[in-house]
Ligand binder design. Structure first.
Ligand code: OGA
Ligand code: MN
Length: 285
């Protein structure tokens, strides 16, 4: 079988056919996929139905896998984050409706994560879709003056602010705040492997822009997010069990659409590849 790429939508992402991800993939196929994620940023594979072990085995060749300290996990598999509204043995198996605003994963980390891999185990009938925006195209299509204005600007990404907005009842402890300081990341973010620039942003995680009054910085970021998430750059994925979406966090934004947790059932497993490059600087105390 040979690997075939078909656009998910003109100019946004590719569907990949011709691979069975339950089997170890050859070094040649691995090289094709690594090049494809760098080129297209958003890849979909259908009908895969991976066990957590198979998902981890598929993910590992892309780099070291991230172990997220805050999230619920499949027992014995710390590399897997479970996103779900389901209850098993009286306990939530994962987090639900926790990613409703545009973001890209791990922007607050010293080495921001590179690729995320999300696999659908149980798909809702309605809602709970995931939308992806190609922020490289968004950058390329900005007016030249805007590109010149943002090219040396850095946005301040604050995990504490994100946590406060997402879970107001669970503020970060002072110790965690110190462990996860605010970080200034380039808005026009050069891809660590390809050098191609993309808008590197988030809706709820950004406090301001270095060198600008806070309200102006926040407004600049909001207008760039609006530009990046217009229809033309966005692919919306309606999940089916067995789907696997893989995206490059350096060249995309994503968000979930609302899920009616009382009526729908959803379970997705995520693996995440660690970044290798320090891209920003710590700000504040
Ligand atoms: C994620 C994420 C969105 C969703 O896994 O990083 O943001 O639709 N998921 O669950
Ligand atoms: Mn996410």
């Amino acid at each position: 079988m040979s690997i075939v790429f078909t656009p998910l939508k003109p100019g946004v992402g590719m569907q990949v056919t011709g691979l069975d991800l339950r089997q170890p993939i050859t070094p040649e196929d691995q090289a094709v996929l690594s090049a494809a994620i760098d080129e297209h940023a958003i890849l979909l594979f259908r009908d895969q139905h991976l066990t957590p072990e198979q998902q981890v085995a598929f993910s590992r060749p892309f780099g070291d896998l991230n172990i997220h300290v805050h999230q619920r996990m499949v027992t014995g598999m710390p590399e897997i984050i479970v996103l779900s509204n389901l209850i098993e043995d009286g306990k939530p198996v994962g987090s639900a409706n926790c990613a409703l605003s545009w973001h890209t994963d791990g922007t607050h980390l010293e080495k921001p994560v590179s690729i995320s891999i999300l696999h659908c185990v149980v798909a809702p009938e309605e809602g709970g879709e995931t939308q992806f925006a190609d922020t490289r195209r968004a950058y390329d299509t900005l007016p030249a003056e805007t590109r010149a204005f943002i090219d040396d600007k850095k946005a301040i990404h604050s995990y504490a602010l994100l946590q406060q907005r997402s879970f107001p009842d669970r503020p970060l402890s002072e110790e965690k705040k110190r462990a996860i300081p605010d970080r200034a990341q380039p808005i026009a973010f050069p891809h660590p492997r390809t050098g191609r620039k993309a808008l590197y942003l988030g809706q709820h995680v950004i406090k301001g822009v270095v060198g600008m009054p806070d309200d102006e910085g926040v407004e600049l970021v909001a207008s760039l997010v609006r530009h990046a998430t217009q229809d033309e750059f966005v692919y919306c994925h309606k999940w089916q069990p067995g789907d696997l979406m893989m995206w490059d966090n350096y060249g995309t934004l994503h968000r979930a659409t609302y899920l009616d947790v009382d009526r729908q059932r959803r379970r997705l497993h995520r693996t995440t590849v660690n970044g290798e490059v320090v891209t920003g600087d710590v700000v504040g105390g």
